[in-house]
Design a protein around this ligand. Structure first.
Ligand SMILES: Nc1nc2c(c(=O)[nH]1)N[C@H]1C(S)=C(S)[C@@H](COP(=O)(O)O)O[C@H]1N2
Ligand SMILES: [Mo]
Length: 386
């Protein structure tokens, strides 16, 4: 086996806007996987499970124009059902510990400074089993920076966090009593003041769909989807920690840390993305060689991806050129396997990011001492038969 660069495809420098247009027209871009040619054969993963939720990304079908994920193939997670927000009656309110509360229509938000970012959206539960691997997508998000709006309102010194409330509501049972609540998540003030967080009204160059949070959602590049509040309607500056369900009880990771002989058990709220990669598909070409394609992402930028076949050494995969995948976006990678032997094989990838994080194996304490299924970034071995 050797793992060598693919013939370098022509790198066309195009703006993100042009790329969104390219997606809409179905044109190929310089990103993504090589197009399967006539006679190429997709090799199935023997331990793959059917999509347990429906609507997930189908990795084996990713095509060369899908470094950006088309909106129709992006998963949905809506814990309180899909809210239906009528734009006419909707406003975004900023309240609580601010000098100047604000109430803005969608038109007023659209007139504010406009920024576009590409970022990978992944559910905090993605990757916990072989039937839940496609709750992820890499899209272009357009909106106005949250930090500018918060500055304009003037955050009072006593505020410690910003709470983001959605329009979606559900009755929650808490200590055997019923409470109707809206979906909410919080960011600390330093987190909320990050310049790249968006109050987002467009996804892939189109107004947000209802399912993805129309008219407005939070976009927190580098964080799991749980923080990307959809159907956003209230931003509340607070001096006490909000502890509603999806902050304090769900999307809470229970994990152990070894300290000498002892394991110290802790709980943390799901926040920044963990470093992760997977083999998306294996293709047998007419000359008998195999083409292995995958993706990798993290809270920052991916530095390297490696591939292991059976008990062989880790081999470097070829990443798309770094400058072409900005921070918080996934990187696509390719490996060629020249002379595969017939029979059953196991194939697995691992990623490293620029901050030095390494994607753990399933038996690494980082994973084996993690007792809840969120933040599942373990390496995922696929079995194939040739
Ligand atoms: N208001 C609201 N926002 C929400 C959720 C929700 O249930 N309600 N689900 C969150 C979760 S868990 C995820 S993974 C992402 C999914 O975003 P999508 O449905 O646009 O893919 O939205 C997040 N934002
Ligand atoms: Mo999620």
């Amino acid at each position: 086996m050797n793992c060598q660069p693919m013939t370098r495809r022509q790198i066309v420098r195009i703006s993100v806007g042009a790329m969104a247009a390219a997606i809409a027209s179905g044109a190929a871009t310089a990103f993504g996987f090589a197009e399967p040619a006539d006679g190429d054969e997709l090799i199935p993963f023997l331990n793959r499970q059917p999509d347990t939720r429906g609507g997930q990304l189908q990795w084996e079908k990713l095509s060369p124009d899908q470094w950006l994920t088309p909106t129709r193939t992006v998963y949905h997670v809506s814990h309180y059902g899909v809210a239906k927000v009528d734009e006419a009656g909707w406003k975004l309110n900023v309240s609580g510990l601010v000098d100047k509360p604000l109430s803005l229509t969608l038109d007023e938000i659209r007139k504010r400074p406009r920024r576009q970012a590409t970022a990978t959206l992944e559910c905090g539960g993605n990757g916990n089993n072989a039937g839940f691997m496609g709750a992820v997508g890499n899209c272009t998000w357009t909106g106005t920076p949250l930090a500018l709006l918060l500055k304009e309102c003037g955050i009072k010194p006593s505020a410690i966090e910003a709470a983001f409330w959605g329009a979606d509501r559900k009755v929650e049972k808490i200590r055997n009593m019923d409470f109707e609540q809206n979906f909410a998540r919080t960011l600390s003030i330093p987190e909320a003041m990050r310049p790249d967080i968006l109050l987002c009204y467009e996804m892939n160059g189109e107004p947000l769909t209802q399912g993805h949070g129309f008219p407005l959602r939070l976009v927190v590049p580098g964080w799991y989807g749980i923080a990307w509040v959809k159907w956003l309607q209230n931003i509340e500056l607070r001096d006490r920690r909000l502890m509603t369900k999806y902050i304090a009880r769900e999307y809470v990771t229970i994990y152990g840390e070894k300290q000498g002989e002892q394991v110290v058990w802790k709980e943390r709220s799901v926040g920044p993305l963990n470093v992760k990669s997977l083999v998306a598909r294996v293709i047998r070409r007419r000359d008998g060689s195999l083409l292995v394609n995958g993706a990798a992402w993290t809270q920052g930028r991916i530095r390297a991806v490696e591939l292991k076949i059976d008990d062989g050494p880790w081999l470097p995969a070829k990443l798309e050129p770094q400058e072409d995948h900005p921070e918080h976006t996934w990187a696509m990678w390719t490996c060629e396997w020249k002379d595969p032997r017939p029979g059953e094989h196991t194939i697995v990838s691992r990623a490293f990011d620029e901050q030095g994080r390494l994607q753990p194996a399933a038996d690494d304490p980082e994973i084996s001492l993690k007792k809840t299924y969120w933040e599942a970034n373990q390496q995922w071995p696929w079995k194939i038969r040739l």
